[in-house]
Design a protein around this ligand. Structure first.
Ligand SMILES: CCC[C@H]1O[C@@H](n2cnc3c(N)ncnc32)[C@H](O)[C@@H]1O
Length: 474
């Protein structure tokens, strides 16, 4: 039975040998040589240091194309024209599914045709050398962004390749992403990823780990997201990770988003070991975007405004082409500049909004209820507690595609547009908190002259792409 315990060194070596044989490029991974390479990188390419020493929110887009020279050109453009502080390398979907053969075919086709035949950068196929060429060419820190339930080989190769930041985790890249992998399996596999990051950390190369805060990106109640961030942060800390960036996806109500970011930072520092440096990342709206680019820039600007007030350590920006999917480099860069403009205009203002403290207190109380049930379910062990709490429904994620979560909890916006819980199912929560949600939802029902129902939830899912925040009846 897996537990929240550090993987022994011999087990780390055994797994490392095993996964490196999954694709030929695994052979070039040499831990000692990789340590030397990381040590040779200049200070402005040391991801954790740059992130943790910044004096205002750093901006980072998502970006990934199949060919190495195109990826270099793209990241140079986003760095120069987009003014990105931190850069990504978004990994393609085949690699995320460990389909390295299909990724290879796509890469070869891209090299023949010049077409973007993959929806990201196939880092395993490019191998250590290709990753290093990218790290050498770009004059800013770069993070691996993906959605991989089994990220062991991707981590081994990208860490050896010079990347010092890695997104995801065993819950945040399972529950929203896959039906095929059970929680026990992904927790075990991510223990290897975190132990490898911990091994680099012990040698002075502080690999930054960033659990994926937005989860399903659809009306996720802030306390559920924060509880899962704390769990993934704890699992990483156990394996020796010391630079952890906890994430949160914008829901669109400024008071609730600022309160959630404040709670995330506070509870992250409270629950995670003192030796961990906790930072936070705010993801601009992850739900459906308006098809109109002007309106899309409005959504992005509201994210910038929220970031200026809450001041997370990092902001993951969106582009005005979000509605269509992967943006052009120009649109991606413009989303960065739109965000930057709003932050730079608002960050020096003393903006004090009533209700943030009260909402933050509520979010913290909710999160503590969820953390308590996780510890109870596991008799203090976070791994067993998380698995059992999801199994019993005491912990849950709305609209979760994964069979590892019930997906029985239903959110809906209240009359102020804050995300509340309309259907609690078996979620572990104090009754007085449930009453608060119920009262706020009934105020919306009164305003709209309709009963609280699933109709509200469905209306809310499309509200922002329809140009609103709350899905009011037509
Ligand atoms: C959490 C992932 C969803 C977001 O991730 C963006 N995304 C996915 N793949 C790429 C890519 N290859 N380049 C730039 N953005 C990308 C989507 O647009 C969406 O916003």
């Amino acid at each position: 039975m897996i537990r929240d315990e550090r993987i022994p060194a011999d087990e780390l070596r055994r797994i490392d040998d095993e996964i490196r044989s999954d694709w030929p490029t695994g052979d070039a991974v040499d831990f000692e040589e990789a340590i030397d390479y990381h040590e040779s990188l200049p200070a402005h390419k040391q991801f954790a240091d740059v992130l943790e020493n910044a004096d205002k929110p750093l901006l980072q887009p998502r970006a990934g194309v199949p060919r190495l020279d195109d990826q270099i050109e793209l990241l140079e453009y986003l760095h120069e024209s987009g003014q990105a502080d931190l850069l990504p390398t978004t990994i393609d979907s085949y690699t995320r599914d460990n389909e390295y053969g299909k990724a290879q075919e796509g890469l070869e086709k891209a090299r023949e045709t010049g077409e973007d035949t993959l929806n990201g950068f196939p880092a395993v196929n490019h191998g250590v050398e290709g990753c290093r060429d990218l790290i050498e060419a770009i004059d800013a820190p770069i993070e691996v962004r993906h959605g991989t339930p089994d990220a062991r080989l991707l981590a081994a190769i990208t860490f050896a390749g010079g990347f010092q930041s890695f997104e995801g985790g065993p819950i945040s890249y399972n529950i929203p992403y896959t039906k095929r992998h059970g929680l026990e399996e992904t927790i075990e596999k991510w223990q290897f990823v975190d132990r490898l990051a911990g091994a680099y950390t012990e040698r002075g190369v502080r690999i930054n780990r960033e659990p994926f805060g937005p989860l399903t990106g659809t009306l996720v109640p802030p306390s559920i997201a924060i509880a899962i961030m704390i769990v993934e942060g704890q699992l990483a800390a156990t394996q020796g990770v010391r630079s952890i960036t906890l994430g949160y996806g914008q829901v669109g109500n400024v008071v609730q988003d600022v309160a959630a970011l404040n709670a995330l930072k506070k509870l992250g520092n409270e629950y995670l070991p003192d030796e961990v440096v906790v930072t936070t990342v705010f993801h601009e709206w992850m739900g459906g975007f308006p098809p109109d680019e002007a309106r899309a820039n409005g959504v992005i600007s509201l994210g910038g405004m929220t970031a200026a007030i809450a001041q997370p350590d990092k902001v993951i920006t969106k582009s005005p082409q979000e509605f269509q999917g992967v943006p052009t480099k120009e649109a991606n860069a413009s989303g960065l500049r739109t965000t930057r403009q709003v932050i730079d205009m608002a960050i020096e203002q003393e903006i004090d909004i009533d209700g943030i403290a009260e909402e933050q207190d509520l979010i913290e109380r909710e999160t503590r209820c969820l953390m308590d049930t996780i510890f109870e379910h596991g008799d203090g062990d976070v791994v067993q507690g998380t698995i059992k709490a999801f199994d019993s429904g005491a912990l849950d994620v709305p609209f979760a595609p994964s069979d590892s979560a019930r997906g029985a909890v239903l959110p809906a916006r209240d009359d102020d547009g804050r995300v509340r819980i309309f259907e609690w199912a078996d979620l572990a929560m104090d009754d007085d908190i449930k009453e608060i949600h119920k009262a706020r939802l009934s105020r919306r029902a009164d305003t709209e002259g309709r009963d609280q129902s699933f109709r509200m939830v469905a209306d809310d899912v499309d509200a922002i792409s329809d140009g609103k925040l709350i899905g009011r009846p037509q």
